[in-house]
Design a protein around this ligand. Structure first.
Ligand SMILES: [Zn+2]
Ligand SMILES: [Zn+2]
Length: 462
């Protein structure tokens, strides 16, 4: 991006155009914490009623067919709530509404909840880190996603389930908490070159490159709910982020599934919602440019250094997610349940009831508050070539797997200790909100027993 004089910057048209350029390059990797299923496992394994319970798998088609009216009411309620509570909420076009539409039932539902309809949302599960893999062949990645996927996702570790097969609640929840990264939120905007994007009513993609897959999911997996006034005025499009909507939508769908005796879909929708809750605990998903004030961002536009600044932020974002993933994966593989990072995820149990807006605003406020220090610790302790060189691109660099060893070799064990400590702080926040979210699936025991019996009766009658 070329240099601009102050005079150019001060003329409104140019100002907006160059600031718009800033938004275009804001193509932070939209992966949240890599591999949400592993991330949540240390928490789930501490909850006996989740680990020991199983539910019968049920296809989406069967759930939708059985509960058309209850789903219609839920979707109507979510739409009204969203219009009233979410700033910049793009109303669901009337033609997509579950009540009014016609055609195959699964397609109608995917349109009504405005997710990518080219995925099949099949019955599948990823075994927990404490269970050995089934002896039959795993599903090919292409059966679950059209994406190339990152390291975490490419490993073949998902198996097909058959209708009615008994499956652990913990595994349904953990597996589903990864699912929104398989492409559900990709291609939903007008300018993403998809037919459904043109029908969904989300308008043009608010930031990021509309031609990149992950750019297009970012506005659903990042929530910039605490921008300062200058950012809101200079760049109103940053306010068009939708994780609060996804969280409320999947929270309510989980409720209706539980209420009507479809616990498999209750846990799966709860897992989908958990994904967005988890993403928002990552400071790089709650602040567009951690460690950079709005004034500094504007100054970088004046100096023509926007893309350098964005590249650094993007690299730090990617590096810390790789770091967190590598550290957790190693501790899980070794079953080091007392390792500090796994304890951080396991120990912050919270089962208080929640209300969507204050829940999301409070958790993102905490993520925003952590962002600056998080960024500083990453900049100080990770090898400079990864986090302080604007000419370097982390994503696809091939350094992901060896990252922890490289940091240890180049920066010393003290750097690893510091990074672990700051990651543990974020994971504690994750643990608090994730346990609160998961508690929505806990029913009074007699209620749960009643529903399981009803469900079994339904399955027996078929
Ligand atoms: Zn991310
Ligand atoms: Zn995500």
């Amino acid at each position: 991006m070329g240099k601009l004089s102050n005079r150019t910057i001060m003329s409104g048209g140019h100002f907006l155009r160059w600031w718009g350029g800033f938004l275009f390059v804001l193509t932070a990797p939209a992966w949240g914490w890599s591999d949400h299923a592993s991330l949540v496992w240390p928490l789930l394994r501490e909850q006996p009623d989740i680990v020991t319970r199983s539910v019968p798998a049920e296809s989406l088609r069967q759930f939708l067919t059985a509960e058309q009216n209850a789903i219609a009411q839920t979707l109507d309620d979510v739409e009204v709530w969203s219009a009233q509570n979410i700033a910049h909420y793009p109303l669901t076009p009337a033609s997509l509404s579950w009540r009014n539409s016609s055609g195959p039932i699964v397609e109608r539902f995917l349109s009504a909840i405005r997710v990518n309809p080219s995925l099949s949302y099949p019955l599948y599960v990823g075994p927990s880190p404490e269970r050995s893999n089934p002896v039959v062949k795993p599903l090919p990645w292409s059966a679950l996603s059209f994406l190339g996927g990152g390291n975490a996702q490419q490993a073949s570790r998902y198996w097909s389930l058959t209708e009615g097969e008994s499956v652990s609640v913990a595994e349904v929840l953990a597996t589903a908490s990864d699912e929104p990264d398989l492409g559900m939120d990709i291609g939903l905007f007008d300018d993403n070159g998809t037919a459904f994007g043109q029908r969904y009513g989300f308008g043009r993609q608010p930031f990021g490159n509309p031609n990149l897959d992950y750019g297009s999911q970012a506005p659903f997996h990042m929530g910039f709910y605490h921008l300062d006034w200058l950012a809101r005025v200079a760049q109103p499009d940053l306010q068009r982020t939708y994780p609060l909507w996804r969280i409320a939508l999947f929270g309510e769908l989980a409720d209706v599934a539980f209420r009507t005796g479809h616990p498999y879909w209750g846990w799966r929708f709860l897992g989908w919602g958990l994904h967005y809750v988890g993403d928002l605990t990552q400071p790089y998903h709650a602040v567009p440019l951690p460690g950079v004030s709005t004034l500094q961002a504007l100054w970088s536009v004046v100096q023509g250094k926007t893309s350098e600044m964005v590249q650094l932020v993007s690299n730090r974002h990617g590096v810390i997610e790789s770091y967190q993933y590598q550290r957790l994966k190693a501790a899980l593989a070794a079953e080091e349940w007392s390792a500090p990072l796994l304890r951080a995820v396991a120990e912050q149990g919270n089962t208080e009831p929640l209300e969507y807006t204050s829940f999301v605003m409070d958790l993102t406020r905490a993520s925003v508050a952590a962002a600056s220090e998080f960024n500083a610790v990453i900049a100080t302790h990770v090898s400079p070539r990864f986090v302080s060189d604007p000419n370097f691109e982390w994503t696809g660099s091939g350094f992901e797997v060896g990252l922890v060893d490289t940091v240890r070799r180049e920066r010393g064990q003290a750097a690893v200790t510091q990074l672990d400590a700051v990651v543990a702080e974020q994971l504690e926040r994750f643990s608090r909100v994730a346990s609160q979210w998961i508690a929505r699936g806990h029913l009074p025991p007699e209620e749960a027993a009643k529903r399981v019996t009803q469900q079994e009766a339904v399955m027996a009658n078929e």
